[in-house]
Design a protein around this ligand. Sequence first.
Ligand SMILES: Cc1cc2nc3c(=O)[nH]c(=O)nc-3n(C[C@H](O)[C@H](O)[C@H](O)COP(=O)(O)OP(=O)(O)OC[C@H]3O[C@@H](n4cnc5c(N)ncnc54)[C@H](O)[C@@H]3O)c2cc1C
Length: 444
Amino acid sequence: MAKIVVAGCGHGGLVAATKLARAGHEVTVYEKAPRQEIGHPQSDAFDYDTFTYADLPVAPYFRRGGNVITFVPPGADNEPLTIPALENESYIVDRKELINYLVELAEEAGVEILFEKEATAPIILGNRVAGIVVDGEKIYCDMVIDACGVSSPIRSQLPDFMGVNRAVEKYDVVHSYRAYFSRTDAPDPRHNYQLYLQEDGTVGFSWLITEIDRTDALICRFYYPEDSEVLDALRIVQEKNPQMGKDMIYGGSRSVIPVCQPLGMLVADGYAAVGDSAFMTIPVKGSGITYSIKAGKMLADCILKDTEGFFDTESLWEYQRRFFKELGFGACHLAIIKNILPYLTTAQVDEIFRLKLVSTEEIQDIMSNTANAIFTPKGLAATREKIRLAGNNTVIKDILSSIAVWIGKFFVIEAAFPTKYDRADIQKWLRRYNNFFVSIKKPE
Ligand SMILES: Cc1cc2nc3c(=O)[nH]c(=O)nc-3n(C[C@H](O)[C@H](O)[C@H](O)COP(=O)(O)OP(=O)(O)OC[C@H]3O[C@@H](n4cnc5c(N)ncnc54)[C@H](O)[C@@H]3O)c2cc1C
């Protein structure tokens, strides 16, 4: 049986740890936070099929609920766009309950979880990740699972030849501020989940979810907003929503959320990244719970198949193949769509709504974690029609034409994905994948 180390209490890491310990492996998780501080102070949604997929029991306190989201365009003249509830209805869960539930499952399976232990670096021996450094101590093992989240010090210090790490660039992440405020006596709003796009002329968004006894405010920007900017953004949301009280009653934390394509290389000899450490979120939404948990299950399945205990890039490639096939390429499509945001100004977003260049079906498709309505020959034809509808607006026309070109180019990259392990093929594909996403970024 192998000695497996998980860096960080990320969701996917805990799921993989549970499965591997149940199969008899010796698994230790090192988590930098104290036990009572893990998990975000907020409630979030994840897909209904997540735990069934991972073959884990659904906790009785997971609450079913669909999110009916209303997009509120920046200009006063455009009607808000309400997206009907999604078919894959979600669970809504308190994040601290969710992560503690996964911790309990792992501990029941025999995983040792050590809190207040910070992983600071990988240990590299030759071509292999041979362990991690935790609070200055070298911990050697057969396999490292990196579940440290978006700023993982393990991923970011891997040597270049492994091809795993890539710098976090502008527009790859959003900086969030989330807090729950009291509710005033003002009546319920027409829409209880309102998403404000670029409400103050900068690139970013805010939301307000009105619940029975509280309001949930989120401010997101593609750069780190100073406290004064967050306060201004909250004030704007408050002015539009008299039901939002002034007293903060829960949360008030800042975080970084990946909103980009997944890492092109998830594995190295003795190493695999899972969840936010591999940028596994739905790029337009930043949701990563489902991807992380499902990827944790895929990783465990792959490790368990390696009965020889090689745990090298070749045997771990099946994890990468399955992730991209089932989830990763869908995430890439959404990353391409999201990539247009930095190109647009507030006025252009308004114009897109005014010309009805975005339909409720398309947004619903995107919110249900695919871009099938766009990434098909029919979708491409619809994009051409939109180019016509954009009339004399050359900026919007150019952006739509770019999307059509990006979609075409990415189809080729997707088709060239090496399903079987071949080092040279993988390196060639990885270069194409990374270069493509660099090429579509808005120049500074
Ligand atoms: C405001 C906000 C709203 C969100 N809303 C949703 C939503 O509605 N639905 C959804 O699916 N997702 C949502 N997400 C995203 C979601 O939180 C992540 O995608 C999800 O948590 C998966 O990340 P992870 O488990 O891989 O890593 P994380 O949740 O980041 O966990 C990483 C863990 O590793 C620990 N760690 C970090 N560094 C070290 C280190 N050096 N040594 C040891 N331990 C370390 C951390 O303390 C943490 O416990 C939201 C995120 C934010 C911030």
